[in-house]
Write a protein that binds this ligand. Structure first.
Ligand SMILES: [Zn+2]
Ligand SMILES: [Zn+2]
Length: 815
């Protein structure tokens, strides 16, 4: 029986398509919801990076299925977005048509991954039946006061006359024409995600997610405790407020800076003789800033004195108020107390000869002298020692943070306040290929939601996708669509022409999968109770912040509105690393991309090596959470293994006839394999799972192990989660079994106890360690463990010889 990869894989793929995997209905026993981050169906198709995530999640979905769980492992399409729209502009192909073609291509490619997707659950975010509910959720948010209209800046290309998404801005320039991008204010819809800052932080503590991702989310939300100081402006009744996060050195503050576009500025400059000159200077600053002309890394600062002074509540002294290029009106209060203990403040004061004061010093006396002489800016709030105010003199700044908050409040200098870096979410795009925002503008009634029974607001077919040049979406140009009647008063009204951002559809798709064809609601309560939250979510680290934050935000809102019985959508998260490859163009090992010419097309690999080989290699190439390098040689190794495995299993005598026992050593070896696999799988060490199989096969061939039908089934079922085609074929051909009638193998711990050997590790005959390993472990494996265990005895020595007695001893002879 020869291993014909093509024939075997074609046979099983056909069979799986004829008898597709179908999830059992809600409530059928214990469940497992295993989810991939759904792809954007781009024109270039699947790449091996997609495979890395999909194969990984499929391994776990398959194990749970074999363990008897009711498994939901769906797939769908995050299909709104810019590339389809840009294609439409360039080639005149309607995005719906190009998207449908891309999806068909992806689906064909996905068959080769051989994942157990339930295609009856497929979702497409651009399907009106789906985005009807994306719009419905927006309306619930709007009605709950979580969506508001405001003028906010967008990236604007003055040459293409269009708004650009952030990803279309490359180093400050328009991706298409290279013109420098400006900021332009446009009417937008904004979601109040900041209202959920605290809940988004708190929820992270309850999740089984990589620490790195939790840290990234925490930093993005950016909670900080600070003090708000109030200072009256001399000769006026204006009181200015400043927020300080690094308030430990507050006694050093000697001047105040205000943003050039601060709304208070004009009032502050009343009665200042050169007001016009200052306002002109500010306009120039704003222009320069919008064109991103400042090198913030080099502490490039610029400003102008307002002619006004504030009275410092701390010292009672006058503090000059300056306009400064680096102060942002929207951050904090837009006004900042400045001191010698901030790099930019320091640079600014030096440039304009503003007096400084030192209250924080390093322990090192040489460095301290430099700081006290204003030759060095010292900012270390962790290690620095305070000189003032008196109660804290001589203490480490970081050790008295809480006491300083107390002190400043008691003295009446300031009040404590918590701030977040998180901004509200600009939720509109001036684009065609997105979900229309379901609102209507009526001159008499104002903004009116589209009645729910009129959803979806479908995207109209258009002839031209060109942006209008006014900053409005192309929808604004379709009079027949824009003009409508007001649902409240029946008068003439206009539809909202902004569309939702590409994130909208992916914020809730995991709620739709259990029943994607539900007509009268977005999801069913019983489904939510049973299937959600998602048990395992697998996807790339590039979504660590925005997608996951937005999806968590949506879930929390729907929970608060009473639609969901849980407030965190993804229990466990796994981020697979990227697949990199040597690029001849750059001479570096880099992330695969077309422009670098280092892309591997999975279809080609499948053609020459087969799906099983690619699945195994993708798992084998490195720890799944790390970026790793694609090497063709590794693929050859896997292919060799599969050939050897096949040859061994089909060899006359390998599998004993029904009813005939195998020798105990063989049983133990098989259980040891299962134990090792389980441990490695539980810890997401899928790369080492393949080595377990290789090791087992080495032992099996070396000792010509004869397997009982039970042992053979255990090995084949275990292998099926990584190489389903070959495993299914051998199960059927050799054991007359179908994979789905088998169960995931369990090892017997009692059997393994008597199976362990204590191997003495020596160096030049001296005992250095005893390690416990399965009986019959071969020299290579023992040596690997031993070298780790006694590494310090080998450092700086050359191993000239190794003496090995199986199950007893390994002696390194060194010189
Ligand atoms: Zn442009
Ligand atoms: Zn009206």
């Amino acid at each position: 029986m020869h291993y014909n990869v093509k024939e075997v894989e074609a046979k099983w793929q056909k069979r799986w398509q004829q008898h597709p995997m179908v999830t059992k209905p809600t409530g059928s026993g214990k469940k497992y919801y295993c989810l991939d981050m759904f792809p954007y169906p781009s024109g270039s198709g699947l790449h091996v990076g997609h495979w890395r995530g999909y194969v990984l999640s499929d391994v776990y979905a398959r194990i749970k299925l074999l363990e008897g769980y009711n498994v939901l492992h769906p797939m769908g399409w995050d299909a709104f977005g810019l590339p389809a729209e840009n294609d439409a502009i360039k080639k005149g192909i309607h995005p719906q048509i190009s998207t449908a073609a891309n999806i068909a291509f992806f689906k064909k490619q996905l068959i080769e991954v051989a994942a157990i997707y339930d295609w009856s659950k497929e979702i497409n975010t651009t399907d009106p039946e789906y985005y009807k509910w994306t719009q419905w959720i927006f309306l619930q948010m709007y009605k709950a006061g979580l969506a508001y209209e405001a003028v906010a800046p967008i990236n604007w290309c003055p040459s293409c006359l269009t708004g650009l998404a952030n990803e279309e801005v490359v180093q400050g320039n328009c991706e298409r024409c290279g013109t420098q991008v400006l900021e332009r204010n446009v009417r937008q819809w904004i979601l109040r995600i900041t209202q959920y800052a605290e809940k988004l932080l708190e929820g992270l503590d309850r999740l089984d997610w990589p620490e790195k991702v939790k840290r990234m989310q925490r930093n993005w939300i950016g909670k900080s405790e600070g003090l708000v100081f109030s200072a009256p402006v001399k000769d006026s009744d204006i009181i200015i407020q400043t927020f300080s996060h690094h308030f430990e050195s507050f006694a050093a503050d000697t001047f105040i800076t205000i943003a050039p576009d601060h709304p208070l500025l004009s009032q502050l400059l009343d009665e200042v003789h050169n007001k016009n000159e200052i306002m002109q200077f500010c306009d120039d600053l704003i222009q320069k800033r919008a064109q991103k002309k400042y090198d913030t890394n080099a502490n490039e600062v610029e400003g102008i004195f307002t002619g006004r002074f504030a009275i410092d509540p701390v010292s009672g002294r006058e503090m000059p108020i300056w306009v400064a290029s680096f102060v942002i009106a929207a951050y904090g209060t837009g006004i900042v107390r400045c001191s010698a203990h901030d790099e930019r403040d320091f640079a600014f004061a030096k440039k304009y000869n503003i007096p400084l004061k030192v209250v924080l010093v390093p322990e090192d006396p040489t460095k301290r002298a430099l700081v006290e002489n204003f030759d060095l800016c010292y900012t270390d709030m962790e290690q620095g020692i305070l000189l003032e105010p008196t109660p804290f003199a001589g203490k480490k700044a970081s050790s008295v943070r809480q006491e300083i908050i107390q002190y400043c409040q008691e003295k009446g200098y300031a009040v404590a306040q918590t701030q977040y870096k998180l901004r509200d979410w600009i939720f509109s795009r001036q684009r065609y290929w997105g979900e229309p925002i379901p609102l209507i503008h009526c001159q008499r009634c104002g903004v009116v939601p589209v009645p729910e029974d009129q959803l979806p607001v479908e995207l109209p077919h258009v002839q031209s996708y060109q942006p209008t040049g006014t900053g409005e979406s192309p929808l604004a140009g379709i009079e027949s669509w824009v003009n409508t009647t007001c649902p409240t008063c029946g008068g003439p009204a206009r539809r909202e022409t902004n569309t939702m951002p590409q994130w909208a559809g992916s914020c809730w798709y995991f709620l739709r999968y259990p029943n994607p064809h539900l007509k009268d609601k977005p999801f069913d309560a019983a489904d939510m109770q049973y299937w959600l939250p998602v048990d395992l979510y697998v996807g790339g680290i590039e979504h660590a912040i925005l997608h996951l934050l937005y999806a968590r935000f949506y879930t929390k809102v729907l929970f608060d509105l009473g639609y969901l019985p849980f407030d965190e959508p993804f229990k466990q998260l796994f981020n697979q690393g990227m697949v990199c490859r040597y690029s001849e163009k750059s001479g570096l090992v880099e992330k695969m991309s077309k422009s670098k010419g280092n892309v591997v097309n999975p279809d080609d690999i499948v053609k020459s090596y087969g799906s099983d080989a690619l699945r195994m290699y993708i798992l084998f190439m490195g720890p799944p959470e790390l970026d790793c390098e694609w090497q063709d040689a590794g693929l050859d190794g896997v292919k060799r293994f599969l050939n050897r495995f096949w040859d061994y299993m089909v060899k006359e005598g390998t599998i004993l006839p029904e009813g005939q026992q195998e020798i105990e050593k063989v049983t133990r070896r098989t259980h040891a394999l299962i134990q090792e696999l389980q441990e490695r799988l539980d810890n997401f060490k899928t790369n080492t799972v393949i080595s377990s199989f290789m090791q087992w096969l080495n032992d099996a061939t070396e000792h010509s192990m004869q397997l009982s039908r039970t042992s053979a089934e255990m090995v084949l079922v275990a292998l099926s989660v990584v190489a389903p085609h070959i495993a299914s074929e051998l199960l059927e051909a050799l054991l007359e079994k179908q994979l789905l009638s088998c169960t995931w193998p369990k090892f017997d711990p009692a059997l393994l106890k008597s199976y362990e050997a204590k191997v003495t590790i020596q160096v030049n005959g001296k005992m250095r360690a005893i390690i416990t390993l399965p009986i019959g472990t071969l020299q290579d494996e023992v040596e690997k463990h031993a070298r780790q265990e006694i590494a310090k005895w080998l450092v700086g020595h050359e191993v000239v010889k190794i003496i090995f007695v199986q199950d007893k001893l390994l002696n390194f002879v060194i010189k």
